[in-house]
Ligand binder design. Structure first.
Ligand SMILES: NC(=O)c1ccc[n+]([C@@H]2O[C@H](COP(=O)([O-])OP(=O)(O)OC[C@H]3O[C@@H](n4cnc5c(N)ncnc54)[C@H](O)[C@@H]3O)[C@@H](O)[C@H]2O)c1
Length: 276
């Protein structure tokens, strides 16, 4: 039986990169997938790809940082597919700068997307994950569903990284959030884990000089890593290469699967062995 048969998964930032690969991998394993992204067109394209492979998917475009969007996204998911099993907090962007030149806005926007938005989504998910499980517990029934949350973290959070004080703080923050939710909701059978990536080949890590941008607070913020720093970023890991978005997705799907049913509060490093 497919690992996620009859399960409903919401993935934020799933229009490209790790999120898109994650949405497709969940669908390959039988899940009905809700594809969120800031950009509607790539989110729709991911839905079309999943449907072409005879999977079930549905797009809810919009920004996870908008007031009320967390409730809108999860209510839309449950309205469409009937329930929620897995929430993947993946959406993100970089707005790098050295500590001595970083603006308040740069700091706050990066914390907003990588910690505040996941917190709001988890809080909104209580209705769909914690409450049904609590009712089952009160009725002395076994938990009827796989229920879990995956928060995407980074080696920048675990180890710090030059030019990323905002991002490193946020990505460590999400580890604390993960452990707290694991402790608060564990008795209801709801698991919460983080997956911390090293260097995965996506828009976020391609050469900054290519000039790919994302609009944040009315400004075009260039994504990517300076060419000179890219080689150093992955040659130190034992596998000696960047990870693919499919390999990154594998870490998320593994931790969400029933095979990880006794794993909670953990941060899985998907890094090609960096930092061992
Ligand atoms: N690529 C890496 O090496 C790496 C390493 C560690 C952690 N991560 C994390 O993995 C996650 C995915 O990043 P990626 O590498 O796939 O980057 P990416 O830029 O390819 O994809 C990120 C997606 O998030 C979406 N997004 C951004 N802001 C959003 C918002 N407000 N609401 C909804 N969607 C939004 C973007 O439109 C984009 O499609 C991020 O949380 C990132 O911090 C990536």
């Amino acid at each position: 039986m497919p690992l996620f048969e009859n399960q409903v998964v919401v993935v934020t930032g799933a229009g490209r990169g790790i999120g898109a690969a994650t949405a497709k991998l969940f669908a390959d394993h039988g899940a009905a997938v809700v594809v969120n992204d800031l950009d509607a067109e790539p989110a729709d394209a991911v839905v079309r790809e999943i449907e072409k492979a005879r999977g079930l998917a549905f797009a809810v475009p919009g920004s996870v940082t908008e007031d009320g969007f967390a409730e809108h996204l999860l209510d839309a998911a449950v309205g469409h597919f009937g329930k929620l099993n897995v929430l993947v907090n993946n959406a993100g962007f970089l707005w790098d700068g050295m500590v001595h030149t970083m603006t308040d806005e740069q700091w706050l926007k990066v914390l907003e997307i990588h910690t505040f938005a996941p917190f709001r989504l988890i809080r909104a998910a209580a209705k769909h994950l914690r409450e049904p499980a609590k009712a089952e517990l009160a009725a002395d029934e076994p938990f009827s569903e796989n229920r879990c949350i995956i928060n995407v973290s980074s080696t920048s959070g675990l180890h710090g990284n030059v030019g990323q004080a905002n991002y490193a703080t946020a990505k460590m923050g999400v580890v604390g959030l993960t452990k707290t939710v694991a402790k608060e909701w564990g008795r209801f059978g709801v698991r919460c884990n983080a997956v911390a990536f090293g260097f995965i080949d996506t828009r976020m890590t391609r050469p900054k000089e290519e000039g790919e941008t994302i609009e944040v607070a009315g400004q075009e913020i260039v994504q990517g890593i300076p060419e000179a720093a890219r080689g150093r970023a992955f040659t130190a890991n034992p596998l000696g290469r960047p990870g693919t978005d499919e390999e990154a997705a594998g870490g998320i799907v593994l931790m969400a699967s029933p095979l990880a049913g006794y794993i909670t509060g953990h941060t899985l490093e998907v890094t090609g062995g960096a930092g061992i």
